[in-house]
Design a protein around this ligand. Structure first.
Ligand code: ATP
Length: 362
């Protein structure tokens, strides 16, 4: 069983910098866990502590039910794939994959079996005699993964393995990695700063900021039920729109007053806002670009500042009460830069956050 448990993990570097603070996570066997967050949030440090490449300052790391804090990296039954997947240029693909096993004095026929099995999984069988310089970037990355796979580890750790590839190849390799995960049935922990990669690959995602875990959830829940402003803004591209909104009663309705406009808050959300004492207060309202619809008789209006056609969809940028927002609309829209536009928010999809704590209200 390749379950992992991180209990109250802390990392303070020798210079006193606290890079990871009270990190808690239970990872189940065969999960594909993503650590995501902006540069410097501590995701690589956490991964390196799991690998044993960085000392754990506090807390307990378990693999299965064995405490691993002080176990040598080579004895952790873990394989790591880095973004700089330096292959040995003078060796063939076969020898690159076999190298680690040879060092471990694994019998030759056993090595052959493992290399060929990894090559099959990675679709490298026809390339085993080539040297790295005769491979594409994606093929090289697959060989780098092959070196990890041949060892048949319980856990794979991957630190931005696709960041050196161009955009198109990244998408291809993303799909490859998903397939590899299914075929291997292994536990994978994968670090990226790219929220699209996180959303598409992970069974669960850990969102980090400043060394602190912000939320751990499935991709869908993170997107639909972000726990705070940071997660709401980080997950999703283009990002969620945020507007200051005053919560007011208007007859029997509860409304969000944004500048001079008032939009009715659906009953369920209205009840939560009322019960939690937000009537009369200003909160942050979040609305995703796809939940802003342009329509001939929308209840709010503005002027299109920028029109962007991306093929299957159009992004419109315009100001609402002094804040620029993005609408993701149908490419058949007639709106163009400089045009007046009327629009509505799909308020069932709106999110409300406390302005001070930045935590979600509803
Ligand atoms: P990136 O996406 O840029 O790699 P990251 O989230 O992986 O970022 P880490 O590499 O884990 O971030 O670094 C977390 C923080 O710890 C950063 O602020 C970094 O400057 C700091 N840090 C990393 N290594 C050391 C070190 N050896 N000594 C002191 N501080 C360090």
């Amino acid at each position: 069983m390749a379950s992992l448990s991180l209990e109250h993990i802390n990392k303070t570097y020798p210079n006193g910098f606290e890079a990871v603070k009270d990190f808690n996570l239970e990872i189940e066997d065969k999960e594909f866990i993503i650590f995501v967050g902006p540069s410097g949030c501590g995701k690589s440090t956490t991964l390196r502590m799991i690998a044993g490449l960085e000392e754990i300052s506090g807390g307990t790391l378990k693999i299965g039910d064995k405490v691993m804090n002080d176990v040598e990296p080579k004895d952790r039954d873990i394989a790591m794939v880095f973004q700089n997947y330096a292959l040995y240029p003078h060796m063939t693909v076969y020898d690159n994959m076999a190298f680690g096993l040879k060092l471990r004095k694994v019998p030759k026929d056993q090595i052959d079996k493992q290399v060929r099995e990894a090559a099959r999984i990675l679709d490298l069988e026809k390339l085993l005699d080539r040297k790295p310089k005769a491979l594409s970037g994606g093929q090289r990355q697959r060989v780098a993964m092959g070196r990890a796979i041949v060892r048949n580890p319980k856990v794979f750790l991957m630190d931005e393995p696709l960041s050196n590839l161009d955009a198109k190849l990244r998408v291809q390799m993303r799909i490859e990695i998903s397939k590899i995960h299914q075929r291997l049935g292994a536990t994978i922990i994968y670090v990226t700063h790219d929220q699209t990669e996180a959303m598409t690959l992970g069974t669960r995602i850990v969102v980090m900021k400043d060394g602190v875990v912000q939320q751990v959830d499935t991709p869908q829940n993170l997107y639909q039920k972000p726990g705070n402003l940071f997660v709401a803004g980080f997950m999703g591209s283009p990002q969620m729109n945020f507007l200051d909104a005053e919560i007011k009663e208007n007859g029997s309705d509860l409304v969000a007053k944004i500048g001079n406009d008032e939009v009715v808050i659906p009953a369920e959300k209205a009840k939560v806002l009322k019960d939690k004492g937000y009537v009369g207060k200003t909160v942050v309202m979040g609305i995703r670009p796809e939940d802003v619809a342009d329509s001939a008789n929308g209840s709010m209006s503005s002027i299109v500042k920028v029109y962007e056609l991306l093929g299957a969809e159009v992004f419109l940028y315009f100001d609402v009460n002094g804040t620029q927002i993005t609408a993701r609309v149908d490419p058949r829209t007639t709106a163009k830069t400089g045009d007046p536009i009327s629009f509505d928010f799909d308020m069932d999809k709106a999110h409300f956050f406390d302005k001070e704590t930045e935590l979600v209200i509803t």
